[in-house]
Ligand binder design. Structure first.
Ligand code: HEC
Length: 124
């Protein structure tokens, strides 16, 4: 006969395993829809920025110095801040003619880019 303790341990293990599974499924969408400005920023980026930038894959191409960089690389660069992004996004964007982003869209896009920050990386 299997000892009760082993059955209990197996049950506890399977509960943890299914929690881990659920979290793995939920995570990617949770990040993109953390709040409505992030979701709106993602939609805007998909329309206005994705033809040049990789807007969502979590590949840090900053070491490859990809031009233009992925938004993930922008988000995780040490020098990136909301203020810096705002300043960058109100100045002309070299390859783009008439690069004008309305203030509301700018806030959304900044919220979206910063939502790609790798939370597990040590903050500096
Ligand atoms: C026509 C192509 C093109 C489009 C469209 C475009 N970008 Fe860019 N973007 C670039 C290029 C090229 C660079 C790199 C410029 C450089 O190296 O000086 C860049 C750089 C950037 C950077 C600075 C990255 C860094 O840290 O060096 C940000 C932030 C950025 N873009 C945001 C956006 C946003 C937001 C949109 C959409 C609203 C957008 N871009 C649309 C081509 C584009």
């Amino acid at each position: 006969m299997v000892p009760k303790i082993a059955i209990a341990a197996a049950m506890i293990f399977s509960v943890f395993a299914s929690i881990a599974e659920l979290r793995a499924q939920v995570r990617p969408t949770q990040d993109a829809t953390r709040n409505s400005s992030v979701a709106a920023g993602h939609a805007y980026a998909a329309k206005m920025c994705a033809q040049c930038h990789d807007i969502s894959s979590r590949i840090d191409d900053q070491f490859a110095r990809a031009r233009p960089p992925s938004f993930y690389a922008v988000a995780n660069a040490k020098t990136t801040s909301a203020i810096g992004l705002n300043a960058f996004l109100v100045t002309p964007h070299a390859p783009m003619p008439n690069f004008i982003i309305e203030p509301g869209d700018r806030k959304n896009i900044i919220d979206y880019i910063l939502s790609l920050r790798n939370e597990s990386a040590p903050s500096t």
